[in-house]
Design a protein around this ligand. Sequence first.
Ligand code: KIV
Length: 256
Amino acid sequence: MIPNELIRFKQIGQKIIVLTAWDSISSGIVEEAGADIVLVGDSLAMVALGHATTLPVTLEQMLHHAQAVERGFKKPLTKQPLIVCDLPFLSYQCGEEHAVAAAGSLLKNSSTCAVKVEGAQPETLSVIKRLIRAGIPVMGHLGLTPQSVHQLGYRRQAEDKISQEHILSEALDLEKAGCFAIVLEHIPSEVTGHITNILKIPIIGIGAGEDCDGQVRVTADLLGLSLKQPPFSKPLISGRELFIQELKKWVEVERH
Ligand code: KIV
């Protein structure tokens, strides 16, 4: 499958499942669990590297993790999930050619088949169009965009009428620019539903309700491994507690 074919999922009403992975262990697990797309999200800056925000992670680190993620897949090539990798902060904000080189290096040196880019400002739209002309599929990301944390915080977005109209027009701009899908993060579910109905490309939500074409989750949050759980991503299990308890038992046994 190629990213543009995901539109078929929307047309036949099959939900798209996206899970993040940051290394070979996590990618093997999410592949086995049935994810359609594995996102090497820049959330790995917080989840795996211990940073307070996603800003410090570099392109080289993203590539390193994308390569680890692809090595974790065990299914035959045609059955493996697609790998989408985040373009980290400042790898696409400093001009189109810089962005093509950054995204190109991910596609050239790993099995990444598409990149995700936050926002839809005029400069970002130009970058997205340039990437697509260079043969690099792009997934958009609107709503809570963590690379703009110092402007938006981690608050829910699109709360009032004006910002709801704005996010719809940004989503339309991203579709027109050629994005194959858009992530909507932490916005009211009725806004997600409205955008999902209007756009032809798939809308993938996180903290954005059920009224969309798919869901994306940070796997560490779902498994209860993250120290700071986002309020909109409830853990399925208390993974951290479970691991600590089991390891404590082992430590006790080995000590005596
Ligand atoms: O970096 C990430 O994991 C993401 C998801 C939250 C969509 O962008």
